[in-house]
Design a protein around this ligand. Structure first.
Ligand code: IDP
Length: 137
């Protein structure tokens, strides 16, 4: 079933020149397509909505600060089982625990600066796409 997900290449990925590498892995998957893509510096209000489930956790403030520290790539990716699929390409949250071959496993070491965000369910995708691409249909 074709579906849509929100993907963010976080400021560490952009600073390190990994936009092409990471986007290429996503684009290479059969029947997936990038439907919208923009380089955007995220403001606090957007990030507060996006990470609302993490408010009050010890990593929340440094996370928001990091995510606002420079441009991210924000994109809509569409395709067969793309929600589950981009999460699998990304790997687990902690890059040291992420297997080689995954994006976080290949390029990351720091839990906060783990390169990529991808919606974790159909409900999250719907909510997050509205935050980042309110006019996209
Ligand atoms: P996910 O991005 O793999 O879905 P979440 O648990 O939703 O992981 O956490 C959101 C983001 O918050 C992570 O991608 C990471 O950047 C950051 N984060 C999560 N847990 C920690 C932590 O324990 N320390 C520092 N940053 C964290």
């Amino acid at each position: 079933m074709s579906e849509r997900t929100l993907v963010l290449l976080k400021p560490d990925a952009v600073r390190r020149g990994l936009i092409g590498e990471i986007t290429g892995r996503i684009e290479s998957k059969a029947d997936w397509a990038v439907r919208a893509l923009e380089l955007r510096t995220l403001d606090r209000s957007t990030l507060e909505q996006h990470y609302s489930e993490h408010v009050g956790k010890p990593f929340y403030e440094p996370l928001v600060e990091f995510m606002a520290s420079g441009p991210s790539v924000v994109m809509v990716v569409e395709g067969e089982r793309v929600i589950e699929g981009v999460r699998a390409l990304a790997g687990p949250t902690d890059p040291i625990a992420a297997p080689p071959g995954s994006i976080r496993g290949d390029f990351g070491t720091i839990v906060r600066e783990n390169l990529i965000h991808a919606s974790d369910s159909a409900e999250s995708a719907e909510r997050e796409l509205k935050i980042f691409f309110p006019d996209f249909s």
